[in-house]
Design a protein around this ligand. Structure first.
Ligand code: RFL
Length: 399
């Protein structure tokens, strides 16, 4: 049997667990503030760089990176023209996300592009990012110096002592489970709706497209010059194998009201449930939960990754205040300030999810809720104040 390798101990200011959008943003912002941190990521660099999910960095997040002087380095992709196509029974309604505010606006930057650029920026600035960190565990979180233990790819055990731990390891990570039972309250909601999501090498739509149809909801989003992500409402217990290519393209053509929609090779296909989850508080001792580690928001409205970026910004600023100015006010209010935004985005996502599903296939919601949902859409398309509120919630610049 191989001998257990020697344990090495190091010290840093912030141990960041996870190198997704949340962890990398925390790390890049701390680095640009001159605060040292170590990022521990379970997967390889290649794996993390290829994970495709979100497609739009919203206006609020673009301005956040801009305020740190990092927008040009970490954002890629085409500018978003701010138009959303909400298609009802095949009829397009173009909704603008022009909220009247000044400053840079949203970009079509796929999540993997953001992750690749954040990684490159952090490393180019001398950041410490350790991939394939196994068996990460957190200790002494309520003491003055928490410790993080992990194993390197060659089996060496390492211990990091730190002032703060940023738990950025998503919904299935170890950070949240290091909090004793009973400390966090989990608020969970399951819409009872499934989405088949498909990535394909096929032309993107002119504008991000959400479609209401009696056959169920569908959507079509750009993911690159010749790449698209599609969504099709389906029973949550469906299996991707029940959706061969012909069924996918036939259903998309019907629901999007586009009989000549160009098909292309499908590169990924999965089914997930629309669900929401919020943990309150987002802090335990010196552990701060950031992004999906603290909350999941159903994808309608494109808020999940953008919320992760919001948390990361608040956390990095709070640490900066603490380290530079010995002012812990922002750390103490971190959870409360994040949760205000989290619930606002949850509400927007919930509203949009219900509206666009109930207005179409009313098998579950019934004709009354279908008519209510259509009335809400009608208001959005005709009432300027409703359109303005929608735009503010889309861009995230609402107060
Ligand atoms: P992530 O991206 O899950 O990253 C967590 C990282 O932690 C690592 N990790 C560990 N590292 C060390 N030790 C451990 N024990 C670890 N356990 C895990 C993981 O390997 C990973 O690298 O969380 P983060 O950073 O909080 O970012 C959140 C976003 O990824 C998520 O909110 C979005 O993808 C949600 N989402 C969307 N958000 C949007 O804003 N707009 C969208 O259009 C959008 N579309 C989507 C989405 C999520 C989807 N999925 C997951 C259902 C579309 C889909 C299909």
């Amino acid at each position: 049997m191989a001998e257990e390798a020697t344990e090495l101990t190091e010290s840093t200011t912030v141990a960041v667990i996870g190198a997704g959008p949340a962890g990398l943003t925390v790390a890049a912002l701390l680095r640009s503030s001159g605060i040292d941190c170590v990022v521990l990521e379970r997967q390889t660099r290649e794996y993390v760089a290829q994970r495709q999910r979100a497609g739009i960095v919203e206006t609020r997040a673009v301005r956040m990176f801009d305020s740190w002087g990092l927008a040009d380095r970490v954002l890629g992709g085409a500018p978003h023209d701010g138009i959303l196509d909400i298609r009802v029974d095949g009829e397009s309604h173009l909704v603008s996300d022009n909220d009247g505010s000044e400053g840079p606006t949203a970009v079509l930057c796929p999540q993997q592009v953001l992750v690749q650029k954040l990684t490159a920026t952090y490393l180019a600035d001398g950041g410490d990012l350790r991939f394939e960190a196994a068996d990460v565990s957190l200790h002494h979180l309520t003491g003055d110096r928490p410790t993080v233990r992990y194993r390197t790819p060659d089996g060496t055990l390492r211990t990091l002592t730190c002032d703060f731990v940023a738990g950025c390891d998503g919904d299935h990570g170890i950070s949240r489970s290091a909090v004793p039972d009973g400390v966090l309250t989990a608020h969970a909601f399951d819409h009872g709706i499934g989405w088949l999501t498909v990535l394909a090498d096929a032309p993107p739509p002119a504008h991000p497209l959400l479609a209401v149809s009696p056959d169920g909801f569908a959507a079509h989003f750009p993911r690159g010059p010749y790449s698209s992500r599609y969504y099709l409402q389906c029973p949550p217990e469906d299996h991707p194998g029940a959706w061969p290519d012909t069924r996918v393209w036939d259903a998309l053509r019907i629901r999007l009201g586009d009989p000549v929609l160009t098909a292309g090779p499908i590169t990924d296909r999965e089914i997930f449930r629309l669900r929401s989850l919020v943990h309150d508080p987002m802090q335990y001792g010196r552990l701060y939960l950031v992004g999906d580690a603290a909350h999941i928001v159903s994808p309608m409205g494109g808020k999940g990754m953008n919320l992760a970026l919001y948390d990361a910004d608040l956390f990095a600023r709070a640490v900066r205040d603490s380290v530079r100015d010995h002012d812990d006010t922002a750390l103490r209010t971190y959870s409360q300030r994040c949760l205000r935004r989290v619930w606002s985005d949850q509400e927007f996502s919930h509203w949009l999810t219900r509206t666009l599903h109930d207005a179409g296939d009313d098998t579950r919601s019934g004709p009354f809720h279908r008519s209510l949902a259509r009335a809400r859409l009608d208001r959005l398309f005709t009432l300027p104040s409703a359109a303005r509120t929608f735009a503010e919630l889309m861009t995230g610049v609402d107060p």
